[in-house]
Design a protein around this ligand. Structure first.
Ligand SMILES: C[S@@+](CC[C@H](N)C(=O)[O-])C[C@H]1O[C@@H](n2cnc3c(N)ncnc32)[C@H](O)[C@@H]1O
Length: 343
């Protein structure tokens, strides 16, 4: 396998985006090989269909492209790197093409000029190809950072407003504590739950994690302490996925399931906009981690978000869990959260 694919990671949090892609690749194509990451650009040896599915499943990958050339970000170097024979092998004769450029981190190339010049170069060498600006069969894409430029055949792009209709404030039932769908999806992916596996969210709130997990094809169940919130979550679940109703009113400190989940993906209360009943968050997490072992299958994972000051690592380790990965993510200006995956 020597197909190299490029992924453009979201600028929201590059480490988290990278972690998410690695998790999804490990599920879809365990034999993939990560070649390198340079800033937001990740190069991986994998297959075209896998690369496209990675863009579909992840929250924080902007696009994939079959990598053709890479060079320094200098207009002359870029043009001299374009080798028509490689394009001839990958794009059938008589196809239509367009060249589109993207600059990241303030790269200073004359994008429109380069698009035109790369296009002319390709057509001069491969005259059976035609340019079609509106509906081309193939899009040649170049991505320029201040240092490097990568040129490839565009695979999949993430639609700009793909989370728009599920944004927390647009759901039928809204609470200030609700997590946004992109982060919810990313958590589900980080859990590395086998495709089609079973996931539990024991602090389900408005159901945001459940919705993303179900859209990714998982069998998902939720528990919520407060009946009125669980009823609201049910409205949300049915609104996006009419058959999704697996939420119960219950307590994450007394889980009623035994050895039946591949993973737990959750966002416990943190005392600002959700109240923590009876105990402190630390007590709640201690009891939750001890209970969670009972309901997870062997090798199950727990993926959760907490305030950065809580030492969840020690609580989980006392219960026999091992930290797999962790990220500090700035949710907005004054709010930093810790995301952790335990096995
Ligand atoms: C941070 S919110 C979850 C937000 C959720 N991710 C969403 O998108 O709406 C935490 C939720 O846990 C619930 N909760 C608190 N203690 C609980 C417990 N012991 N068992 C189950 N749910 C609990 C709270 O009522 C709250 O709705």
């Amino acid at each position: 396998m020597d197909e190299k694919h490029l992924f453009l990671l979201s600028g929201f949090d590059v480490e988290l985006s990278f972690g998410e892609v690695k998790a999804v690749l490990s599920l879809l194509h365990p034999n993939h090989r990560i070649i390198k990451r340079e800033g937001r650009v990740l190069i991986v040896e994998t297959l075209s269909n896998v690369a496209e599915e990675v863009v579909e499943r992840t929250a924080y990958t902007k696009l994939s492209a079959r990598l053709l050339f890479e060079t320094m970000t200098d207009e002359r170097d870029i043009l001299s790197s374009v080798d028509a024979s490689l394009i001839r092998d990958l794009i059938p004769p008589n196809s239509t093409i367009v060249v589109r450029g993207l600059t990241i981190n303030g790269a200073s190339v004359r994008k429109t000029n380069l698009e035109r010049n790369i296009g002319s170069l390709i057509i001069d060498n491969l005259p059976s190809l035609k340019v079609n600006l509106r509906k081309p069969d193939y899009t040649i894409v170049f991505i320029s950072s201040p240092e490097k430029t990568y040129i490839g055949i565009l695979g999949k792009t993430k639609p700009r407003r793909c989370f728009y209709y599920r944004v927390a404030g647009r759901r039928p039932f809204i609470l200030p504590s609700a997590m946004q769908p992109d982060l919810s999806r990313c958590l589900v992916n980080l859990s590395r739950t086998k495709i089609g596996g079973r996931i539990l969210d024991p602090f389900a709130g408005t159901g945001g994690i459940m919705i993303e997990a179900a859209l990714l094809g998982y069998e998902v169940y939720g528990i919520e302490l407060k009946k009125w919130i669980a009823m609201g979550a049910l409205r949300n679940l049915r609104y996006y996925i009419p058959s999704l109703e697996n939420i119960v009113v219950g307590d994450a400190r007394k889980l009623m399931f035994r050895k039946c989940f591949n993973s737990i993906v959750t966002d416990p209360p943190y005392g600002r906009s959700t109240t923590i009943p009876d105990y402190s968050l630390i007590n709640l997490l201690e009891i939750f981690f001890s209970e969670s072992q009972e309901c997870l299958e062997d090798d199950g994972t727990v993926t959760l978000v907490t305030p950065q000051e809580i030492n969840v690592e020690d609580i989980a380790s006392d219960m026999g869990y091992t930290l797999q990965e962790s990220y500090k993510v700035r949710i907005h200006r004054s709010l930093i959260r810790k995301i952790m995956v335990f096995r």
